[in-house]
Design a protein around this ligand. Sequence first.
Ligand SMILES: [Zn+2]
Length: 481
Amino acid sequence: MAIEWESVIGLEIHCQLDTKTKVWCGCSSDYDNSPENTHTCPICLGHPGALPKLNKKVLDYAIKAGFALNCDINKESKFDRKNYFYPDTPKNYQITQFDHPYAEGGHIDIKLSNGSDKRIGVTRIHIEEDAGKSIHAGEESFINFNRASMPLIEIVSEPDMRSSEEAYQYLNLVKDALKYTKISDVSMELGSLRCDANISVMHKGAKAFGTRVEVKNLNSFKGVARAIDYEIGRQIEEIENGGEINQETRLWDEEAQVTRVMRSKEEAMDYRFFPEPDLVRIVITDEQLERLQDEMPESKVAKMARFVDDYKISENDAETLSNSIELADYFEKVVISSDNPKLSCNWILTEVLRILKDNNKTIEDFSINSEELGEIIKLIDKGAISSKIAKKLFEIKLNDERSPKAIVEEEKMAQVADTSEIEKMVVEVVANNPKLVEDYKVADEGRKPRVVKGLMGQVMKASKGKANPQMVMDILIEKLS
Ligand SMILES: [Zn+2]
């Protein structure tokens, strides 16, 4: 019988905090990737005697991340030095938090394919500084220190994930939770969110985990899932072929879709951690915690649940609407002015999102404000315009300053609900289609509605889509019989 394998995955996520200045100095964090070291000073360049001082905003943002990931915040914690020599580390050590992180014991709940929840533990979050960047160009190498001492938090998960799908979901939910707090732009593409994965395999049901391998250089969400799948397959094959898994660090090669050894255990560095003597201990007060708790937005998970409950929309729709706080706010404002949640949801998810996608825009730049879209939806709801005309109105409104009501009036788009006017059109269509009318008379009950539909289409066409469909139908049936 073939052996069943189980994989064990833990993630380390680095998130760059979106503060205006770096973590220890006043250098602007708004650096570009120019090769010139324009965003540097003696502190972030590690000049002897320069003293770091913690940016208060960094701690505020980090605490918000702790709240968002359901962590306990430690009122006291400290910074430590992680010593290693590498060209892009100007001080030859990194300031991080070793044994006393500021946040611990959090969690994120993912959804399994069978619909049940699974809780993934967040072991800890700590604050640390980023390194500079080495740039290799042909024979030459350059070092850019603009990124040196940019504020980061590192979020370490428990080894609770058992597949690439679970890891992918966890990573996405962490991103969503952080994005809502507006402490980071959480973009893997831009490097403000980075992820390393610890992966091992064991026989299904085994108690002890196998030897774990750390995989780095995961630059996209899909890349994380692919690298994990590749690494699980590689480890199982290695063991089944009689080999052993070495405790090592591997790099994901996105182009070749394989992982390659970066350094083995023997090459692992001894970081000689010790407390950072140039920084005081971090002390967080109750007042600070209360203030930050008050500033926390409703979480995405809570918002989705509320949308499903209050507005009776599907979980999927609630999820899409909650993708950004701004879109969710827009939706709620449209509902206030339209008084029709379902129709508001449909219009935003189809028409509005389509326009935003086509023009690569976000809801903040959308030309129809929530009140105006609410007005369009109200016009449909009241039967003043058909949904077909509403789409035309929407297209016009995209580049028109007039109110939807004014456009409907001035462009004569209102639905015709005048009995005599509709009757006139019906009589004309009936007179011009003797064949269809004859057809209707001989048709059985099952076929009659189809014939009526054909005639109705002609009346609608004659009215340029403006006739009230229900009235057309009623009058047609009356005339035919
Ligand atoms: Zn600086």
